[in-house]
Design a protein around this ligand. Sequence first.
Ligand SMILES: Cc1cc2nc3c(=O)[nH]c(=O)nc-3n(C[C@H](O)[C@H](O)[C@H](O)COP(=O)(O)OP(=O)(O)OC[C@H]3O[C@@H](n4cnc5c(N)ncnc54)[C@H](O)[C@@H]3O)c2cc1C
Length: 380
Amino acid sequence: MNFNLTEEHMMIRDAARDFARTELLPGVIERDNKQEFPNELVRKMGELGFMGIMVDPKYGGSGMDTISYVLIMEELSKIDASASVIVSVNNSLVCYGLEAFGTEEQKQKYLTKLATGEQVGAFCLSEPEAGSDATSQKTTAIDMGDHYVINGTKNWITSGGRADVYLVIAQTDREKGHKGINAFIVERGTPGFDIGPKEDKLGIRGSDTHTLQFNDVKVPKENRIGEDGFGFKFAMKTLSGGRIGIAAQALGIASGAYELALKYSKERKAFGTEICNHQAIAFKLADMHTEITAARHLVMEAACKKDAKENYDMASAMAKLYASKVAMEVTVEAVQVHGGNGFVKEYHVERLMRDAKITQIYEGTSEIQKIVISRGVLRD
Ligand SMILES: Cc1cc2nc3c(=O)[nH]c(=O)nc-3n(C[C@H](O)[C@H](O)[C@H](O)COP(=O)(O)OP(=O)(O)OC[C@H]3O[C@@H](n4cnc5c(N)ncnc54)[C@H](O)[C@@H]3O)c2cc1C
């Protein structure tokens, strides 16, 4: 597999890096403290084409490949993983889901605004009793002829309080099990659709996570995505690509922490020399660099497979499993390299350590990734 970046890839990566340093960095600590959604920054990311990176330009997207997507995700996540999860959900769950499986009318009506960042999307699969076991959907969508009526609760929804368009998974026919599940497009403001309070989180605090309530929410039939019963497959297919985005987010968190640790180790002196001259610190940097490089290969492999239209389910699961583990390990060590300074907000590494944890949880926990990988290994 050839991981050499093209000139265009390098330009895209540099544009994302510049944006992260000049626009995301200045307010990142304050947004984390206040749990503030970066509204204005999302608008700017839309202008730069980051909200619809892989979407066909005819639907308002940037028409780039998955490699470009992971490069952008890595650069944004080095600085602000809260901003990058908004980008990731909008791109790989919402825009991809609509572009790959939506009707032409759905694409014209919704995708065109989501891909430009004019609107923000949310993906609603999880429920209080259906997390890892996503087949246990309690939310129902009853077929009423020309419309469906949705009832139930979704929780942990990223951009839940801010989104304009929600892709909602619900059970239509319980007897058919996961083959009786559908996916729907629900607009913000639809009567009976209520947004609950915001979660007070450990990390990615600048992102917006809410519980959503659906009480007799009428959704027109044309808002169902795919054939009747396609909803579970829809969720699994979109999540498989989503995991590449989260793997890239984890990679970015790790590399952001590593870059800070490397710089600090060359500046901070102890026992008459820069701390990087102590082998215990130098070895930490060696381990970080090695692990990050290995994670980057897995992320790039998954992205390349997706671009080559090969099956990438196992590759994306491996990339997410490994990159999220590396993000945890590297951020903990980056705090250690910073000593006491690592424990305060000003030096950024404590936030990166808190942000890293979510990459082992959402879009399938590490345990779920191992189920996907082990099934693949045993099948081959
Ligand atoms: C900040 C945040 C943002 C999120 N954003 C979204 C979103 O936008 N949309 C959305 O739909 N969801 C979202 N989620 C939900 C997320 O995907 C779920 O939290 C995740 O899938 C785990 O589900 P759960 O929390 O119910 O944990 P559980 O499924 O209850 O799991 C608890 C523990 O048991 C383990 N476990 C469960 N089953 C097995 C098994 N078979 N074998 C081994 N171990 C197992 C898990 O790995 C985990 O360690 C978000 C969550 C958070 C915290």
